[in-house]
Design a protein around this ligand. Structure first.
Ligand SMILES: CC(C)(COP(=O)(O)OP(=O)(O)OC[C@H]1O[C@@H](n2cnc3c(N)ncnc32)[C@H](O)[C@@H]1OP(=O)(O)O)[C@@H](O)C(=O)NCCC(=O)NCCS
Length: 257
């Protein structure tokens, strides 16, 4: 299916390029952005990493604080989420309902970044896991929505936050961590490779008209399309059309130590 859409996109591009008149028309109509809105594609890498004492954090010289925020405390940093990721603000409480937790970073007392995680004890399967077909079992943990504010970037704060998260999770009962990164996200990929993650497989993600998504061989739907009359309900990234339980989920295999 993904191959079909990739071929279709290439054919359309060849067609447009075949005639200067068509190319001018395409440019005038902003065809590329129209096409992108109609159908966009990204390639995600599913990553894995074993956890253990080696993942422990090192002391930091910079005045940085980290805390795992409870449901009430996350409301205290709502302003930060609103500034950096407005789409997620209505979902904060909902993410807690799913059993997710957030490790938050403060630099000089100010919110500077976060990383969310969830384990196999999640209340309901996180839709994102279905898209990437990741099945979490006993001592697995999935890290997602990793973010560091632009002001704190480029100074190894992101590396510290990630190492600290891995250290804390390794010191708890977790043995394997999973995550995903977009193929084209160079800083994030660099960061993951320098902190010991391995790429396990690739997943093609196609999105149509911001309504439907085809990922990992299955169809998903934007919940906003299903419940447009209830916009305040916490919404999540595309949910499975056929119900998460019906999916073939895989426990990703990490290479032996
Ligand atoms: C991804 C993100 C957390 C990285 O933050 P950061 O402050 O750049 O990270 P760090 O400074 O700790 O380290 C990043 C590494 O990538 C390298 N890097 C950064 N930008 C790069 C680029 N464009 N090309 C190559 N390498 C790059 C840095 O040199 C550094 O490498 P080093 O450790 O060898 O010095 C931050 O850019 C971010 O929040 N982005 C938006 C959200 C996002 O993409 N999250 C990831 C989701 S999977």
């Amino acid at each position: 299916m993904a191959g079909f859409f990739a071929r279709l996109e290439k054919r359309l591009e060849r067609l447009v390029r075949s005639s200067p008149a068509l190319e001018r028309l395409a440019r005038g109509l902003h065809l590329r952005s129209l096409l992108h809105a109609a159908c966009s594609h990204r390639q995600e890498l599913v990553l894995g990493r074993r956890l253990g004492p080696d993942a422990a954090t090192t002391a930091t010289a910079v005045p940085t604080g980290f805390s795992i925020l409870g449901r009430g405390e996350v409301e205290d940093v709502r302003g930060f989420f609103l500034a950096v990721n407005p789409g997620q603000v209505d979902s904060l409480a909902g993410l807690y309902d799913y059993g997710c937790r957030v490790l938050f970073m403060f630099v000089a007392g100010q919110p500077a970044g976060y990383i969310w995680y969830v384990d196999a004890q999640q209340e309901r399967p996180l839709p994102e896991l279905a898209q990437f077909r990741i099945a979490l079992t006993g001592r697995d943990v999935y890290l997602f929505n990793f973010y560091v504010s632009p002001a704190a970037r480029g100074s190894q704060q992101a590396t510290k936050l990630l190492r600290l998260a891995l250290g804390r999770l390794g010191a708890q009962r977790y043995e394997q961590a999973y995550g995903c990164v977009e193929r084209g996200n160079v800083p994030a990929r660099w960061l993951y490779s320098s902190t010991g993650w391995t790429s396990l497989r690739e997943v093609s993600v196609w999105t149509f008209l911001s309504c439907l998504r085809f990922a990992g061989g299955r169809w998903f739907v934007n919940p906003k399309v299903l419940r447009p009359w209830r916009p305040s309900v916490p919404m999540f990234d595309y949910i499975p059309l056929a119900g998460a339980q019906a999916f073939r989920m895989e426990a990703p295999r990490l290479p032996a130590r």
